[in-house]
Ligand binder design. Sequence first.
Ligand code: FAD
Length: 376
Amino acid sequence: MPIGPALTRDAGFDALTAFLAGPGADYAAARNTDRGPEARPTTSALSPFLRRRLLTEDEVVRAALSAFGEDGAQKFVSEVFWRTYFKGHLETHPEAWTSYRAGLDTARARLDAEPGLRRVYGQAVDGRTGIDGFDDWARQLTGEGWLHNHTRMWFASIWIFTLRLPWELGADFFLRHLLDGDPASNTLSWRWVAGLHTRGKHYLARRENIRQYTQGRYDPSGLDEDAEPLDEAMPPREVPLPKADAPPEGEVALLLHLDDLHPESLPLGRARVVRIGGLLAHADGASAQVREADEAAMADALARAGTHFACGAEPIRDGWAGDRPVVTAWAPLGPSADALPGGCLRIRRDWDERAWPFSARGYSRLRSAIPKVLRD
Ligand SMILES: Cc1cc2nc3c(=O)[nH]c(=O)nc-3n(C[C@H](O)[C@H](O)[C@H](O)COP(=O)(O)OP(=O)(O)OC[C@H]3O[C@@H](n4cnc5c(N)ncnc54)[C@H](O)[C@@H]3O)c2cc1C
C-alpha cells in the first residue's frame, strides 16, 4: 500500500473517496486478505491519516455509514473503534506504556550482551531469517512504512513465538517504521498477540492461514504453532481516566501536535484563537520516512489553521504564545504528551469523551456502546 502523496488532509480525503468507491463495499469479506504491496489493498489504508487526525474518526465513520448503510459499514466502523478503544485503554492503563519502555531498555541491554540474540534480531529486521513471507514483510515495513493488519499479526507472532525475540524490540521496530506508528494501537496489539492484553489468549500464526490469506504467495514452514502465551508478574494497573480541561473564554494560543491535526473541528467553546504554534515530537528513533510524513502533516495543519483562524501559524519557538493561555487537543500517552510544555489546557473531543469510559476493560463493552456513542 504505497502512501504515495505527502500526508495532507486533502490526500486523506482522496484515500477515503477511493476506499468508498472501491474496496469499501467488499470490506467485511475481503479485509483479512493481504494481496501484496503491488495489488490494490483490501482495506482503506487510512491509518496514517487517522493516526494524526488529519481525518477524524467521526468523519470517516459517518462517510462509511452514508455510503454503505448501518449493516454494510458495520465491520469497518467496528475496526475504526478499535483505534479509539486502544487509545482509551492506554489512558487508563499507562503502565502498559511505561513497562513497555522499561522492557525495551532491558531488551536493548540484552542485545548488547548476548551475541546469539543480536544475530537473530539482525536477521529479523534485515529480512534474512529464511522464513517465507516474514523476510519480505520486514523489507516492506522499512521500505514502505506500512503492513496489512493480518500481516502485522503474523509478523508479530512469528517474532515472538518462532524467533523467540523480546516483543518490545518488535514493537519498537514497528513504531520507528510504520507511517501510522501509534503508541496505543501498536503497544496494545503487540501485547494482544503475545497473550498479555487478554491474559492467556495469544495469537499464533499458522502456515495454512498465511497460505490462504496471502492467496498462496507464502507458505512458511517451521513456525512454532504450539507455543504458550507470554505471561507477566504484574499486569498494568487500571487508573481513572484523567480529566480534560475546559477551554477558557477570550484570546488563546492554540498548540498543534501530531496526535490531532484537524484544529478546525476542535471543541474550543468561546476561546478565540489568535496565535497558532506547531509542536513536532516524533517517535524515538523514527525513520526518515516517518519524520518526513510528520513534517508534511504538520505543515498542512498549520497552513489550514492559519487560514481558518485568520492568524499567524508556525512551528513553536520561545515566547510564541506571549502571555496568553495555551490550549491544545488532548495528547494521549506518547511523544507529543511527553513534549507538551507545562501549563497547557488540554481539551478533549466528544468522540473520546464518550468512548473512552467504555474502553478500560475488553473491547466488547465499547463495541456494544458504538450505537450510543454515535447517537450522542
Ligand atoms: C502487531 C500490530 C501492531 C499494530 N500497530 C499499529 C500502529 O502502530 N498504528 C496503527 O494505526 N495501527 C496499528 N495496528 C492496527 C492495524 O493493523 C492498522 O490500524 C491497520 O492495519 C491500518 O490499515 P487500514 O487503515 O487499511 O485499516 P482498515 O481495515 O481500513 O481500518 C480502518 C481504520 O480502523 C482502525 N483499525 C483497523 N484495524 C485496527 C486494529 N486492529 N487496531 C486498531 N485500529 C484499527 C485504523 O484506524 C484503520 O485506519 C497494529 C496491529 C498489529 C496486529
